[in-house]
Design a protein around this ligand. Structure first.
Ligand SMILES: NC(=O)c1ccc[n+]([C@@H]2O[C@H](COP(=O)([O-])OP(=O)(O)OC[C@H]3O[C@@H](n4cnc5c(N)ncnc54)[C@H](OP(=O)(O)O)[C@@H]3O)[C@@H](O)[C@H]2O)c1
Length: 270
């Protein structure tokens, strides 16, 4: 029987490209999303089911896992991809910004892991791929909450892999750099606090520099390829960087003293 993958946030960008690649590779694909009725192109493909799943809603996650098992008979790999960013200075973050950012990017990942783990433990096999970011290993300005979520996903994944290894369950972290998707449009919510203008020039300058990087970034297909590699690798590798300049950036983070690295980012982006 062909293996099965469940992907969150498969309506666009990296999630959709991943659904298409796994389908082309002959997998059975549960492409989950908040509004599956809109995904007519994916739904038309053989061996693809578009299933409702909102990572903020635990019952919808459990129903989606159940529907996948009923449709395909098994589940081998889960890709935790759904995510978005609130952007702007930390001081501008509202209670709602905090809640939404961590609920989707961190609690959502945990909820999905918890929903599939009983099944993976029973069959003593499975792979969980958490789409983090190069921003889970380092930090840029005006993305403080987003970085907080991705650093959290890194720590949660690195810790959980110890307890899951005895059940033959692998955890992988995929860490993209800038990738051209809706992430820089509809998936970024500016944080705004009435009367707070002190950071406006700084924020505008940083976002302009990041916009330049995004303009030359690769498409989501490169990340889909890395996710496929992470799904099919046999070993215990935990982290997979992907994107323009990601490996040298991560090497610099590892080798340079923190103060040098931070100064480098300051010069590049501010
Ligand atoms: N693009 C980059 O430069 C980049 C770099 C590093 C990491 N990443 C990460 O890659 C992942 C995918 O982003 P992308 O670049 O492909 O952007 P994207 O095209 O905007 O995709 C984001 C996806 O997340 C979904 N989503 C958001 N909240 C959700 C929720 N509560 N429940 C279920 N799905 C939800 C969106 O669904 P709707 O259609 O319903 O909104 C959409 O499918 C994210 O985790 C992001 O942090 C992206």
């Amino acid at each position: 029987m062909a293996p099965t993958v469940l992907i969150t946030g498969a309506s666009s960008g990296i999630g959709k490209a991943t659904a298409l690649l796994f389908q082309q590779k002959g997998w059975q694909v549960a492409a989950t999303m908040r509004r599956p009725e809109a995904a007519t192109d994916l739904a038309a493909l053989p061996n693809v089911r578009c299933v409702a799943l909102d990572v903020g809603d635990r019952p919808s996650i459990e129903q989606a896992v159940q529907a996948t098992l009923e449709a395909f008979g098994d589940l081998d790999v889960v890709v935790n991809n759904a995510g978005f960013a609130v952007i702007g200075p930390l001081e501008a973050a509202s209670e709602e910004d905090l809640q939404r950012q961590f609920d989707t990017n961190v609690y959502g990942v945990i909820r999905v892991m918890q929903a599939v783990l009983p099944h993976f433990r029973d069959r003593r096999r499975g792979t969980i791929i958490n789409v983090s970011s190069v921003g889970g290993r380092l930090a840029f300005p005006v993305y403080s909450l987003y970085h907080g979520t991705k650093w959290a996903v890194e720590g949660i994944s690195e810790s959980a892999q110890f307890e899951l290894r005895p059940f033959n369950i692998r955890v992988r972290l995929v860490e993209p750099g800038a990738i051209r998707t809706d992430f820089y449009g509809r998936s970024q919510t500016p944080m705004q606090k009435e009367g707070l203008t002190a950071y406006a020039d700084f924020t505008t300058k940083v976002l302009a520099r990041i916009g330049e990087v995004e303009a030359t970034a690769p498409g989501p297909e490169v990340v889909a390829q890395t996710i496929y590699q992470a799904a099919t690798d046999k070993g215990d590798r935990l982290r997979y960087g992907v994107g323009n300049g990601v490996e040298p950036l991560l090497l610099a983070r590892r080798l340079l003293p923190s103060s040098w690295f931070v100064e480098m980012v300051r010069r590049l982006l501010t």
